[in-house]
Design a binder for this molecule. Structure first.
Ligand code: CA
Ligand code: CA
Ligand code: CA
Length: 223
């Protein structure tokens, strides 16, 4: 009997630890900004062109915190005829950036990958990116793409599980510039079947497994 309870406790604890790394979620991706806006209640988070950001500094604007890994700059005019959005956020180093916001079900942004060295600021290369959506430390989905050249490209994500951070990473790790803008978040569920915040599920599962183990160990000490 005690062995069965111990197994159950270990299983629940393992489930809790598993959930803390990845939470099961369905995420719909969008490549069309208009469709994304029509299908969700997501709102645009504007930021102004302005000061250079040093390493360790964040841009906080319209309820969103942008934390680039390298120094960053904001350009208020369209730097390319096909840019399609202003202002643009650029990074002097590789394009690694965390974007934090209130708990949301929707997230979207535009990216522009140039082939003009005057915009790249270095030899232009093809960069591959990943966007991982997190609720705290729990990933709810990760997506990899290679942006098309010299055209604004939109990436939108609609999740059944809430999240509060998007980690954008330049997997190629090259300093040639890509530019970011038109950041959206939506705090209301856009699809049926949404679930509570995953952090509470993790705590519940971990606490249940841990509680069972503590009771089992207490019994073992008394016997
Ligand atoms: Ca590039
Ligand atoms: Ca790059
Ligand atoms: Ca760069």
């Amino acid at each position: 009997m005690t062995t069965s309870i111990l197994r159950l406790g270990l299983c629940l604890l393992a489930l809790g630890l598993l959930c803390s790394a990845t939470v099961s979620a369905s995420v719909i991706t969008y490549s069309d900004l208009t469709d994304f806006v029509n299908d969700t209640s997501a709102t645009l988070h504007p930021f102004a062109a302005g000061l250079f950001l040093d390493v360790g500094e964040s841009l906080i604007s319209s309820g969103v915190t942008y934390t680039p890994i390298s120094p960053a700059f904001r350009i208020g005019t369209s730097a390319h005829p096909n840019m399609g959005f202003t202002p643009q956020l650029g990074l002097s180093g590789p394009e690694d950036m965390d974007v934090k916001f209130a708990s949301a079900f929707d997230f979207g942004f535009s990216i522009f990958q140039p082939t003009d060295e005057s915009l790249c600021g270095a030899v232009c290369v093809e960069d591959t990116f990943t966007v991982t959506l997190f609720n705290g430390s729990s990933s709810v989905g990760s997506f990899t793409f290679n942006p098309a050249d010299d055209v604004a490209e939109f990436h939108g994500y609609v999740s059944t599980v809430a999240f509060n951070r998007a980690a954008i990473r330049d997997l190629t790790g090259n300093i040639d510039n890509e530019f970011f803008g038109t950041f959206f978040t939506g705090e209301s569920p856009s699809v049926p079947g949404t679930v509570p915040e995953p952090a509470s599920m993790v705590l519940a599962a971990t606490g249940l497994g841990g509680g069972l183990l503590r009771r089992i160990r207490g019994r073992a000490r008394r016997s």
